[in-house]
Design a protein around this ligand. Sequence first.
Ligand SMILES: NC(=O)c1ccc[n+]([C@@H]2O[C@H](COP(=O)([O-])OP(=O)(O)OC[C@H]3O[C@@H](n4cnc5c(N)ncnc54)[C@H](O)[C@@H]3O)[C@@H](O)[C@H]2O)c1
Length: 345
Amino acid sequence: MAIKTCLMIGAGGMAGGWISMFTKSFSDRIKIIGLVDVNKDTLQRQGQALGLGDDRLFTDYREAMDKIKADFCGIATPPQFHSPQAISAMEHGMPVICEKPIADTLDSAKAMIRTSQRTGLPCAIIQNYRYAPNKQELVRIREEGRLGRLQHILGRYACDYRKYGSWGAWRHDMEFGLLFEGSVHHFDMLRFLSGGDCEVLMGFGWNPEWSSFKHFSSGMYLMKMDNGVHTFYEGNSSAAGILNCWHSEYYRAEFENGTVEISYGSQIAIHRAGQDTEIYEAPAMNISGHNFLFAEFLDWLDGGKPSVTRIEDNIKSFAMVIAAVDATKDGQSKRIADYLTDLDL
Ligand SMILES: NC(=O)c1ccc[n+]([C@@H]2O[C@H](COP(=O)([O-])OP(=O)(O)OC[C@H]3O[C@@H](n4cnc5c(N)ncnc54)[C@H](O)[C@@H]3O)[C@@H](O)[C@H]2O)c1
């Protein structure tokens, strides 16, 4: 496994997290050879830490792609930049690993898929929450039939972002910030935990009068998956009471012979009617979250299996976001397949 060179787009925020993970955990597999950020201070600071000369630091991704030939391109900028940056990277011959959500519109997400298919280059999307011990254990319980068949799952996300800027100002200003920035993780999780893809979605979104968001901070969506499992989602970025914020989202899965609850940490609670609750720690993982996805992507580049959350699969989670936007606007239920008919998946 030769070391892979990376052109990194984004240097602050989550991108700063990527750089730190690359440096700490992947120094034997990844070398950042070019860095892009529109914020010059962030760019200089991270560039210095990485030992990159000025000729490897860019404020314009197009210039970077013309000058830096890397083995892959990492993208962790806000959603509206993902598609142009990913498409340009693939057109310059670089496979892409990109933060969620895939993009800011369905058309721009589809353009990324088509570019990946036309160039034959891998494009993976980050869905780090799948790779947590409690989520993996819940999936094992379902797959092994430990509690019989699964009928439905409830997912709850609730963060106290009542102060403007507490979730990054741009998320408080954008349209449908809950869905694009938050729920895309939870819709993806409901696909992962249920083992089905969403067939039909319906629901509502709203903005409480006291919200710090310009657009809807809250919503409730109901989904029927294609394996017959039903799922329900409560999303609330104006939470003031019981919090189920990042890494502590609450999922309750109702099986034939019991209920599984997961939230923070690695704890699994199994309730069986008439019996004491069984509580235990999910088996630890050697590698989790973003690191799991980076390793999986590098293995793909080395000829291994494609990333599970490659763009051609993850579009099914992103389409749920778009369907939720549309359902919120017109109050009608949506079929996810209708959003994907023009793609060859
Ligand atoms: N997977 C996760 O758990 C997770 C967590 C947080 C954010 N994210 C995702 O990461 C992405 C970035 O979010 P963030 O919170 O880091 O945002 P941020 O605003 O904190 O940071 C974005 C960085 O990108 C830079 N940037 C902005 N526009 C750019 C452009 N056109 N070209 C180059 N650089 C640009 C900014 O200067 C900043 O350094 C989003 O897609 C978000 O959904 C994922």
